[in-house]
Design a protein around this ligand. Structure first.
Ligand code: DMJ
Length: 645
C-alpha cells in the first residue's frame, strides 16, 4: 500500500459505519411519510404520475439502446490506446517513426502520434469502412460480442513480437464490400462475367489454373502444377495478388472474396527477405492498387501503403536512383551481388504505382521519390532517345557499354514514359517528348525488315550503339500495344502503322512454330539468300506463358476495332490450351519447336493469371470493357485511374 492509498481507505470505512446505523432510521421515517402523501392523492393525480413515470422510463430505455454502440467503440479505442502506452518502445512498430519522418497520416497507424490521449483519438481509430446503418443499430449483446472479439484481436496483434504489424490487421473491416466498381457511373465498367463462348473458355482456363494454385500452392508465389507444390520467390503470394483484379473483372465473386480475405488476414510484409523493388511494385503494389480501385475496399489501400513505406528504402542511394533489392524486414536496400548496377527498365517502371499510391493516401513521398528518378533519367545523355539497360545508383549514370534493347531490361522504360504522361492528364511534357524521341529512335535506328517476307522486327544495339543484332525478345511484343495507345491519345498516326507491322511479326512468331507458341527469343534474317524470315536457338525455345503479344492484340483490337486481332488471339489461346495445360494448372515449357516433346518446366508464373488470361478475356469481349482514356494499365496489367494532372 502506498502513502496515497491511506486516506481513501479510511474515508470508505467511516461512511460504511454511518450507513449501518443512523441512516437506516432516517430512511424508514421518510418512506412512511411518502406513503401518507400518496394515499391523499386523487385517482386522476395518481394516473397522471404513473403516465409521467412510464414516459421517462421508456425514453431512458430507448436512448440507452441507440447510444450504446458508439460509446462502446470509444471504450474499445481507449483500451487500445492504453495498450499502446503500456508497450515498451521496442515492441512498437518501427514503421511509425518512418511514417512520421515522411509526414504520413498517423490516423490509421500503429505508432502513437504526438496528440495521443486527446479526444480526437477515438475518431482516428475508427474502422476503415464506416459501419453500415444496420450495424450501428444492432442489439447491444451482438455488438458487444463483436467489439470484444475485435479488441482481443487488436490486442493480440499489438502484443505480438513482430516488429511490423500492418495497419489493416489492426483495424480490419468486418463486412465484405459489395462487388461493384467504385466508380461505376464514371467509368461505366460492366464486370458481370463472360458474354460469349470465347470469354467463357478463358474463364474456364482461369478456374482450372486457380484450382491448382488453391489446392497446392495457396498463399505461395507460384504453382508448380506437375510436382503439385508451391514455389516462393519473395514469399508475397504473387499469384494470388496478381489475380485479384482478374477475378474481379471476370466476375468470379467466390474466388475473389477468398483471395481478398487471405490478403486481409494473412498477407504479411514482415519477412526477412530481399525482394526485387520493381517486381514487387508492379505485381504486389500494382495488384493491391487496382483491387482497391475496382472494389473500393479500403483494406487494399492500407496494405499498399504498408508496402510502399517499406519499399521507400530502395531510393536511399547517393543519386536517388533505386537499388534493385530491398530487405522487407530491415528495410535495407542494395544491388544484386553480381553487379553495382540497377536495371534501367526497373528503376523507371515503378512510377505509375508510386504516384497512384501517393494520390490515394494523400502523401507525396511515394510519387516524389519515384518521379525524381524519371526526372533524373530525363537529363542523362541517350542515343536518339534510346537508353542502355544498366544504370548505377551510386553515380546515377548509365552504363554506356550496356546493350540498347526494347526487350529484357529496357522494355518498360519506354512504356512508362507514355503511360505516366497519360496518367497525369498529358500535362508533363518531358515524358511525351522523351517518348516521341525514343519512338523516332526505334524507327530510325532499330527497325529493320526481313528480306524474304518484308517482316518488321526490332534489332538490339550493341557496343556503344555501333552494332545491330537481329534478336528480338518476346518481351518486345508489348510495343505495338503501347504505340497504339499513344495514337489513341493523339500521338502521330505513323506509330499505328509501325504497331500493326510489328504485331503481325509477333503473331507469326507463334503461328510459324509447330506448337503455335512463340519462343522466348527470335533471330531474324535480313540476307537476300535467307530461306526463313526468322529462326530460334535451342536455348531460347522456351515459352513462359508470357502476355506481351496478347496484350498488344487487345490494344490493337480495342483501338482499331479490327476483329482480326481477336481471331489471332483465339488461335494463340488454343495453342496454350493444347501445349501448356496440364492436370493441375498450366506450365511453362522448354521447347515450342517440338510438339512431341515440349519438356514442361513445371512452373506457372503469376503473370499468366494476372496478365495473359486477363488480356485474353478483355480481347474476346464484344465491346471494350475499359475506357483507355480513363484507365491506364500498369506493366503487369493492373488497371489504375487516369488523373487530370
Ligand atoms: C511481367 O512481369 C510484366 O509484363 C513485365 O513488364 C515484363 N515481364 C513479365 C511478363 O512477361
Amino acid at each position: 500500500m502506498t502513502m496515497e492509498d491511506v486516506p481513501y481507505t479510511s474515508i470508505f470505512v467511516t461512511n460504511a459505519a454511518d450507513t449501518s446505523q443512523d441512516s437506516l432510521g432516517k430512511s424508514r421515517s421518510t418512506s412512511l411519510s411518502c406513503r401518507r402523501h400518496w394515499n391523499r392523492l386523487s385517482r386522476l393525480q395518481k394516473s397522471f404520475i404513473f403516465m409521467l413515470l412510464l414516459i421517462v422510463v421508456s425514453f431512458c430505455l430507448i436512448s440507452t439502446t441507440f447510444t450504446w454502440a458508439p460509446d462502446a467503440s470509444v471504450a474499445e479505442d481507449d483500451l487500445l490506446r492504453n495498450k499502446f502506452h503500456a508497450l515498451p518502445l521496442s515492441n512498437q512498430n518501427p514503421g511509425a517513426s518512418r511514417r512520421n519522418e515522411h509526414g504520413s497520416a498517423f490516423s490509421r497507424n500503429m505508432g502513437v502520434p504526438s496528440n495521443a490521449g486527446l479526444p480526437t483519438m477515438s475518431r482516428q481509430l475508427q474502422p476503415d469502412i464506416e459501419p453500415s446503418r444496420a450495424q450501428q443499430l444492432k442489439v447491444p449483446e451482438e455488438r458487444s460480442k463483436e467489439i470484444k472479439q475485435q479488441v482481443a484481436e487488436n490486442i493480440r496483434s499489438v502484443i505480438s513480437l513482430d516488429p511490423v504489424i500492418p495497419i489493416s490487421k489492426r483495424k480490419r473491416q468486418t463486412k465484405k464490400p459489395p462487388m461493384v466498381a467504385v466508380k461505376t457511373d464514371y467509368h461505366r465498367l460492366k464486370l458481370d462475367g463472360p458474354k460469349n463462348q470465347r470469354q467463357q473458355e478463358v474463364v474456364n482456363a482461369f478456374l482450372h489454373a486457380w484450382k491448382g494454385y488453391k489446392t497446392f500452392a495457396w498463399g505461395q508465389d507460384h504453382l508448380r502444377p506437375i510436382s503439385k507444390t508451391g514455389q516462393d520467390w519473395f514469399g508475397l503470394a504473387l499469384t494470388l495478388i496478381d489475380s485479384l483484379d482478374t477475378m474481379y473483372i471476370m466476375g468470379l465473386q467466390k474466388e475473389y472474396f477468398e483471395a481478398r480475405d487471405w490478403v486481409d488476414n494473412s498477407l504479411s510484409f514482415d519477412l526477412n527477405r530481399n525482394v526485387n523493388l520493381f517486381e514487387t511494385t508492379i505485381r504486389v503494389m500494382g495488384g493491391l492498387l487496382s483491387a482497391y480501385h475496382l472494389s473500393g475496399d479500403e483494406m487494399f489501400r492500407h496494405k499498399a501503403e504498408d508496402l510502399g513505406n517499406i519499399l521507400l528504402a530502395g531510393f536511399k542511394s547517393p543519386s536517388g536512383v533505386p537499388y534493385s533489392d530491398v530487405n522487407l524486414r530491415n528495410r535495407v536496400a542494395h544491388g544484386p551481388s553480381w553487379s553495382p548496377d540497377s536495371t534501367t527498365s526497373e528503376v523507371t517502371t515503378i512510377q505509375l504505382e508510386f504516384r497512384d499510391l501517393s494520390r490515394i493516401v494523400n502523401n507525396p513521398i511515394f510519387e516524389e521519390s519515384a518521379m525524381n528518378v524519371s526526372k533524373h533519367v530525363h537529363t542523362l545523355p541517350k542515343t536518339h532517345g534510346l537508353v542502355p539497360i544498366h544504370i548505377t545508383p551510386g553515380t546515377g549514370s548509365f552504363r554506356m557499354t550496356s546493350v540498347i534493347t526494347l526487350g529484357a531490361r529496357g522494355d518498360s522504360y519506354y512504356e512508362y514514359l507514355l503511360k505516366q504522361w497519360i496518367q497525369t492528364g498529358k500535362k508533363i511534357d518531358f515524358l511525351r517528348d522523351d517518348y516521341l524521341l525514343a519512338v523516332d529512335g526505334i524507327q530510325n535506328r532499330l527497325v529493320q525488315r526481313t528480306h524474304l517476307s518484308n517482316l518488321t522486327f526490332i534489332n538490339e544495339l550493341e557496343n556503344n550503339g555501333q552494332v545491330l543484332r537481329p534478336k528480338m525478345d518476346h518481351l518486345v511484343c508489348y510495343l505495338p500495344g503501347t504505340l497504339a495507345l499513344g495514337v489513341l491519345h493523339g500521338l502521330p498516326q505513323w506509330h499505328l502503322d509501325l504497331a500493326k507491322d510489328l504485331l503481325y511479326t509477333c503473331y507469326l512468331t507463334y503461328k510459324r512454330q509447330p506448337t503455335g507458341l512463340s519462343p522466348e527469343i527470335t533471330f531474324f534474317n535480313t540476307e537476300e539468300s535467307a530461306t526463313h524470315d526468322f529462326w530460334v536457338k535451342h536455348n531460347d525455345a522456351h515459352n513462359l506463358l508470357r502476355p506481351e503479344t496478347v496484350e498488344s492484340l487487345w490494344y490493337l483490337w480495342q483501338i482499331t476495332g479490327d476483329k482480326m486481332y481477336q481471331d489471332w488471339g483465339w488461335e494463340i489461346f488454343q495453342s496454350f490450351l493444347k501445349y501448356t495445360r496440364v492436370e493441375h494448372g498450366f506450365t511453362s515449357i522448354s521447347s515450342v519447336l517440338n510438339p512431341e516433346n515440349t519438356r514442361p518446366r513445371d512452373m506457372m508464373e503469376s503473370f499468366f493469371l494476372g496478365e495473359t488470361l486477363k488480356y485474353f478475356y478483355l480481347l474476346f469481349s464484344d465491346k471494350p470493357i475499359f475506357d483507355l482514356k480513363t484507365w491506364v494499365f500498369n506493366t503487369e496489367a493492373h488497371p489504375l485511374p487516369v488523373y487530370d494532372h
